[in-house]
Design a binder for this molecule. Structure first.
Ligand SMILES: [Fe+2]
Ligand SMILES: [Fe+2]
Length: 474
């Protein structure tokens, strides 16, 4: 169904035919706008931003680009078209018809899953709200705002499900999604990573590369759900998410590219000399990468999880790209885990496959993360340097799961707390790293100009040149 932009809430779910639901959502809409004005991008609400807006959910749906003031963005409800032949793809009810309504016994669990996903969407907008002032270019400023408005839309996607399928409980949850705030001492966001403010653009690029990619894998798992409206919502969200990861991938690529230029100009790889020239030395990039990768790994949950097993058994949350697996029941298989033995070494443990679903998803995520690193490393290799960016071990600096609180090297070798302390500043951003990065954060507002620590992008947005005025500041 095509998107109806005549309604107050743009949608492709024929919202007008359900007056009660429409009224309930129209009641939530001003609350959302109030939240956006208060906690969305600070000080840019009247700027004209060159944004894309979805006009349909197919591949041509992104054809619409134009200047919009962010509070006027047409946030709405867009689900992928239904597939009348879709069947349950995994778990105990494999092959049966998918659900258009929620079976009573799964109501509480599905609500929790939807609320947890929904909570991350506005959280990231809150985390990034100060970044507009220090954008390295107008092009980057526009990308930040595009990500922000789409995270706002992802909140709409989840709120629609809560309102449409969970009655009064759902409406209350929708209100609470606007009441919890990132970093709030009394009402924080649900997941730890989403309570850390993002104060600099290197962190923003790391966040969009690593943490938005966790989002991709969560959405891919939910896109397999037997609850068909949830699956179709997530399928469309994934097309928006792809842009967020593009921002991270190309952002880090441009940082590395600029650093290599400076290394060549100065004929040195001395971090201090590179910093003096206003760029970011590669070891610092690695430390930021270590921080954001490890913090994103925690979002997948524990290696062994009975919750994950029951989500899978009951058909609520599958494996990303479930169709690629041979066995969709996964009741007879097992998974081999390497766990800490509590004495400074490791032990192997065989667990039922269904209990290992978090780990299965985390492993696919790690493989997906490597693609970008290979690309960035090719740049470094081509420039004739032996330095390589690497993903730390999934054991490194974990706060959730079997490796939580177990000190290891970035390679995953268990070490003592003293040894970890002695190397902490080699492996994770130090005070001086952070101070250097913050010193580079000066907003650049002239179209086409770039901050000295980042190379220009290869091309602009929607066939426009890089020097296009992507944001008209007022
Ligand atoms: Fe999102
Ligand atoms: Fe995202």
């Amino acid at each position: 169904m095509s998107i109806n932009y005549q309604d107050r809430i743009p949608n492709n779910v024929d919202l007008g035919s359900n007056r009660t639901l429409q009224r309930a959502l129209e009641h939530w809409q001003p609350e959302f706008l109030k939240w956006w004005e208060e906690l969305g991008p600070k000080d840019f609400q009247v700027a004209d931003v060159y944004l894309r807006t979805a006009t349909s959910v197919d591949a041509k749906g992104w054809a619409t680009y134009g200047y919009v003031r962010m509070p006027d963005y047409r946030w709405g409800i867009f689900l992928n078209d239904p597939d009348p032949n879709r069947r349950i793809g995994f778990g105990d009810s494999f092959g049966q018809e998918v659900w258009q309504q929620i079976p009573g016994e799964y109501r509480a669990t599905l609500r929790r899953l939807i609320v947890t996903q929904g909570d991350t969407e506005p959280a990231s907008v809150e985390q990034q709200r100060m970044l507009g002032h220090t954008a390295p270019s107008i092009y980057d400023l526009r990308n930040l705002f595009q990500v922000n408005v789409e995270e706002g839309r992802h909140l709409w996607a989840m709120v629609y499900l809560l309102h449409a399928y969970f009655g009064r409980d759902g409406r209350e949850e929708a209100e609470e999604l606007l009441e919890r705030h990132s970093g709030d001492a009394d009402k924080p966001r649900i997941l730890g990573t989403f309570n850390e403010p993002i104060r600099d653009w290197l962190s923003f690029f790391m966040f969009t590369y690593f943490t938005d990619r966790d989002g991709k894998f969560q959405l891919k798992s939910l896109a397999e759900s037997s609850f068909d409206p949830l699956a179709r919502t997530c399928q469309f969200m994934l097309t928006e998410e792809a842009h967020h990861m593009f921002v991270g991938d190309t952002g880090i690529n441009r940082v590395v590219k600029r650093t290599l230029e400076v290394m060549k100009e100065l004929n040195t790889d001395d971090p201090l000399a590179i910093r003096k020239a206003g760029a970011i030395d590669l070891p610092t990039v690695q430390r930021y990468l270590n921080f954001w990768f490890s913090s994103s790994l925690d979002l997948f949950g524990s290696e062994t999880s009975s919750n994950a097993a029951s989500y899978f058994a009951n058909g609520l949350k599958g494996r990303p790209d479930e169709s690629q697996y041979e066995d969709h029941i996964a009741i007879e298989q097992s998974y081999l885990l390497e766990l800490p033995d509590g004495q400074g070494s490791t032990k192997s443990e065989q667990i039922p496959m269904r209990n290992a679903m978090n780990e299965v998803t985390r492993s696919s995520y790690v493989r997906d993360c490597e693609i970008g690193l290979n690309r960035w490393n090719r740049l470094i290799e081509k420039a004739g340097h032996s330095f390589r960016l690497t993903l730390p071990s999934t054991r490194f600096r974990r706060n959730i799961g079997n490796w939580a609180g177990v000190p290891t090297t970035p390679e995953g070798l268990p070490i003592s707390a003293e040894q970890f302390g002695a190397h902490k500043n080699d492996w994770l951003p130090s005070e001086s790293d952070r101070a250097h990065i913050m010193s580079l954060m000066q907003g650049v507002t002239e179209p086409g100009k770039m901050a000295a620590w980042i190379a220009p992008p290869d091309r602009g947005i929607n066939n426009n040149p890089v020097e296009y005025e992507y944001v008209r500041l007022q």
